[in-house]
Every structure is written in structure tokens, then in C-alpha cells.
Ligand binder design. Structure first.
Ligand code: SF4
Ligand code: SF4
Length: 153
């Protein structure tokens, strides 16, 4: 009998390091800056990327040293996945934590790192600026995500 893949049988807390890392689909969405409406607490994505994001591959260009170079970078843990409100609904960690399955374009399902881009889920082609290019907080308003990020493909 074929065995079920780990993401269908394990909780986030039960995953080992390599399973945990592979749950990231490589979309790069969490590496875009977000703005929060102070009144409604609603989160709005901008198209401004973290200085370390490679806008082509949608990968962090210095993953190992990311915290040293970008102190604000959040290292995801199961607790953080459950407590933050800015992970996109397509995020592999969020999907599994919510008891859902991964979509067809997730590299673990498709077997290819390209499908997340082909499906239009990643931020490839969506980045309009890097944070180091902007001189004030107001500048972020000129880079609001115009269309809602797709929640499925
Ligand atoms: S949003 Fe989730 S799946 Fe996408 S890059 Fe960030 S951690 Fe990975
Ligand atoms: S430091 Fe790397 S992982 Fe962290 S937000 Fe920036 S690009 Fe993403």
C-alpha cells in the first residue's frame, strides 16, 4: 500500500527540519512588505520587496544570513504560523496548519520548483520596487498590490 506523504500525516510540530523547509512553496509572498490599516487591522500587500529577495527566483538571496542582514525577517515556526495574520492563504505552512491539502502547483506535489511561478502564485513579475529604493514610508502607498493575490490557480 502506498504511504501517504508527510504533509498529509504530520502536524507542523511533528515535521523534521527538511520536511519543514520543503513545505515552503517558494512563492516569495511573505517577502513583500505589507501595510496594516490601523482602524480595521486589515493587511494590504505592496509590491515592494525585501532587499534580499531575488525577484526572479522569488528566493531569499542570502537565506543563511537573512536575520543578520534583515533583522525584521521572521523565522517561521509552528507557533508563529498560528499567530500571524499576514501569511497568504496559499502558504504551505498555513494550508497544513488549517488542515488543508497542498495545491497542485506546490513543488512537493508537482515535483517542480517552476509550477508555483507557472500558476501565477509567486511574486515573479510583480515586484515594482525594493525597500532600499524607497526613502519614506509614504512611498509604499505608490506600490500597493493592484489586484488581489490569487488564492488558487
Ligand atoms: S508565503 Fe509561505 S510558502 Fe510562500 S515563500 Fe513565504 S513561507 Fe514560503
Ligand atoms: S531576508 Fe530573505 S527570507 Fe527574510 S524577508 Fe527578506 S528575502 Fe524574505
Amino acid at each position: 500500500m502506498p504511504t501517504e506523504p508527510f504533509w498529509k500525516t504530520k502536524t507542523l510540530d511533528e515535521m523534521n527540519r527538511s520536511e519543514w523547509e520543503s513545505l515552503c512553496d517558494g512563492c516569495g509572498r511573505c517577502c513583500l512588505h505589507k501595510l496594516e490599516d490601523e482602524d480595521t487591522e486589515e493587511i494590504y500587500f505592496t509590491t515592494v520587496a525585501c532587499t534580499l529577495l531575488d525577484a526572479g527566483t522569488c528566493q531569499c538571496s542570502d537565506y543563511v544570513n537573512r536575520k543578520k542582514k534583515v533583522p525584521d525577517c521572521v523565522f517561521l515556526t509552528p507557533e508563529i504560523v498560528r499567530s500571524v495574520d499576514w501569511l497568504p492563504e496559499t502558504c504551505g505552512y498555513r494550508l497544513i496548519d488549517e488542515g488543508k491539502d497542498l495545491y497542485w502547483w506546490h513543488p512537493l506535489v508537482s515535483g517542480s520548483a517552476e509550477t508555483v511561478h507557472e500558476a501565477g502564485i509567486s511574486v515573479r513579475g510583480k515586484v515594482t520596487a525594493y525597500d532600499h529604493d524607497l526613502s519614506s514610508d509614504e512611498d509604499y502607498f505608490e506600490h500597493m498590490m493592484q489586484a488581489e493575490l490569487p488564492s488558487r490557480a
